[in-house]
Ligand binder design. Structure first.
Ligand SMILES: [Zn+2]
Length: 458
């Protein structure tokens, strides 16, 4: 079997793969600090060289910021795009590092061998898992796997300012692929692989309720004048019902039910609900009472009051009847919920509850919808089966409570779904001192891609 030969090749050449990763990690490609502009360019050039040596056509494309690396190998089968980022976070506070962040090394630890250095896990180690899988494949098969585009960004850690314009300008070229693979996420748990297939969206708003034209003395006006804090807290106090559901009309209209098969996979993950909340000093789930915490954070929409202020909050006491009261409220969105529609119905819901003399000042609403991948695409099941084989543990399609904007860009600009598969671990200390990537993550990550490629393009 050629897959076995590819896997054996990966095992045999792992030390060389580590050396190549260490080379890349030595380049201080900190994207946010202009002092490292040359290093970012060097990292891009290093990758172009590497991709060319593998047989790709590759170039570093200039942008107003750091270059994009785009590489192409035309071959038979489905056209797949692989995304990663070569830039890294700054290293401060440097004194907390046990070694020079850009003098990486393999270290023996009580939990196994780790690759230590800035960018080891986020994202250089992860992007190299894919290149090394391509390398072993080529060495065994004599050619690269299938029909591939590689797309590396150098500004992910600094807000990706050039990404959307670049994707738009190159939509025809990049959009030739029909599926994106993104390697910038983690395992679900130690040794439990996962494919992220749903990412929640976000809508947010700050608003102010205004009443009297100035703050009033509560001795002179209290009882007769309306207090906007009272109005604000009454309204926001009814944002959820006693089942934990959001009461804004139409809020759940575009929320799809979780497919039964996905629910079953999530149950199989053995997520420890008690320690999830226990880890932050809580005991009791506070969301919708008929959903598990995992369902709540991955597949259900939320409304949260993020901040609320008004009146006198300084030292001592001031018996004021404030003229205004403000709040910041945000919604995590799922399925087809439209951020604009959600905020508009939230606004109408507030307005309908305002007593006479209270007005609403609505400030800069904004948001982005959820990303939900089309898991009926056979590549998803193929990837899940490949990961299950490699890790010897059932892989699952999982959600992500936060947002990973890149997945939405692939959908909106290039019209393709993304499979987010990564091998990071919770203790990798990405963005922090002493970042590491487990050698096991690197090794099994390479093997995982070989198995996935074998199933989807092989
Ligand atoms: Zn990253």
């Amino acid at each position: 079997m050629t897959l076995d030969a590819v896997l054996a090749r990966i095992d045999d050449t792992l030390p060389d793969a580590c050396d190549r990763l260490l080379d890349l990690l030595r380049i201080a490609s900190i994207s946010t600090d202009p002092a490292f502009e040359g290093d970012c360019a060097r990292a891009a050039a290093w990758l172009v060289q590497e991709l060319k040596s593998l047989g790709f056509t590759a170039s570093a494309r200039p942008t107003p910021g750091h270059p994009m690396v785009v590489a192409r190998h035309a071959g038979p089968g489905r056209h797949i795009l692989f995304y990663g980022h070569y830039d890294v976070q700054p290293v401060d506070p440097i004194e907390l590092w046990d070694r020079d962040p850009f003098d990486p090394a393999l270290e023996e630890t009580s939990k196994g061998v780790v690759i230590r250095g800035r960018g080891a896990a986020d994202d250089k180690g992860q992007l190299m898992t894919f290149l090394e899988a391509c390398r072993a494949w080529k060495e065994v098969h004599g050619t690269l796997p299938g029909n591939l585009t590689i797309f590396f960004e150098g500004e992910e850690e600094s807000g990706s300012p050039s990404l959307i314009p670049f994707m738009k300008d190159n939509a025809e070229e990049l959009g030739e692929a029909s599926l994106a693979l993104i390697c910038d996420t983690g395992l679900f748990a130690d040794k439990v692989p996962a494919v992220v297939t749903m990412l929640r969206g976000l809508a947010k708003i700050e608003f102010t309720l205004k009443a009297a034209d100035k703050d009033l003395h509560s001795g002179m006006f209290g009882g007769a004048a309306i207090n906007p804090i009272r109005v604000l807290t009454r309204i926001l106090g009814q944002l959820h019902d006693d089942q934990g559901r959001v009461t804004v009309p139409g809020f759940y209209d575009d929320v799809a039910d979780l497919p039964e098969a996905v629910r079953a996979q999530w149950q199989g993950l053995g997520f420890d609900h008690a320690s999830f909340l226990g880890g932050v000093g809580l005991t009791t789930p506070a969301g919708e009472i008929d959903r598990t915490p995992l369902e709540q954070i991955w597949s259900r929409p939320t409304a949260e009051i993020n901040g609320i202020w008004g009146g006198y909050t300084g030292a001592g006491f001031k018996t004021v009847l404030p003229a205004e009261a403000s709040a910041k409220v945000s919604f995590r969105l799922v399925s087809n919920q439209d951020p604009e529609k959600i905020l508009a119905s939230f606004k109408s819901w507030i307005e309908a509850q305002l007593p006479p003399d209270v007005t609403l000042d609505w400030k800069a609403p904004n948001g982005s919808p959820a990303s939900v991948m089309e898991i009926s695409d056979p590549a998803f099941e193929a990837a899940r089966a490949a990961l299950t084989e490699e890790w010897n543990c059932p892989a699952a399609f999982v959600g992500c409570g936060g947002s990973i904007p890149i997945a939405g860009y692939f959908k909106d600009i290039l019209g393709m779904d993304a499979m987010l598969i990564g091998f990071g671990k919770d203790d990798d200390q990405i963005h922090s001192p002493n970042e590491k990537y487990d050698l096991e993550s690197f090794h099994k990550g390479i093997r995982s891609w070989a198995r996935i490629l074998d199933r989807i393009v092989g």
